[in-house]
Design a protein. Structure first.
Ligand code: ABN
Length: 175
């Protein structure tokens, strides 16, 4: 760009600055600038605008020690069925969490959708076996009851997380 072009731009900005200084006070100028800065930062903040993964997933196995077992469609954690418990029972020496998150999973064997309660089993260190990371219709933590990404042992005497069970609590047709 030539010197003349730079000069023209300088003058244009100077004129603009002088005109706005005449028409508004310093405080109101700062307030306006502040509003622009806050507006711009909200516009670019990295939050999730879309919903979580909506891909229907029917699961593909009847093996309850496999992450693809249909009931585990929203299970993020260790399978209790690999840790001395079962799909519905905590392993000996652990205690069921009274609070849980829920998911809806389709059973590929009867085509129906079931409400699943995922409860953590607590009181022993992580079992470390069969870790699954399934997130069908799971929601971020601000919808706590639908979020799997949380230690639901928080209400137990011992908050140590061991594994997770997946109990059917109803069908999606239940009122
Ligand atoms: N609800 C399973 C879990 C436990 C601890 C941390 C993340 C997720």
């Amino acid at each position: 760009m030539s010197d003349d072009a730079f000069k023209a731009i300088d003058m244009a900005f100077e004129r603009l600055a002088r005109r706005s200084a005449l028409s508004m006070g310093r405080r109101s100028l700062l307030a306006r600038l502040g509003a622009y800065v806050v507006g711009a930062s909200v516009a670019v903040l990295p939050f999730s605008r879309g919903l979580a993964d909506e891909t229907p997933d029917k699961g593909s196995t009847d093996d309850d020690r496999d992450c693809d077992y249909w009931r585990y469609c929203a299970l993020d954690g260790n399978l209790c069925s690999c840790c001395g418990g079962s799909t519905t029972q905590c392993p000996p020496g652990t205690a069921l969490s009274p609070v849980s998150w829920v998911g809806t999973c389709e059973n590929p064997f009867d085509g129906r959708t079931y409400l699943i309660s995922y409860n953590d089993c607590c009181g022993k260190l992580s079992c470390g076996q069969c870790h699954c990371f399934n997130n069908i219709r799971e929601r971020p933590l601000y919808q706590a009851g639908l979020s799997n990404d949380y230690n639901w042992c928080m209400a137990n005497d011992s908050t140590a997380y061991h594994c997770t069970i997946a109990a059917v609590v109803g069908t999606s047709e239940d009122g």
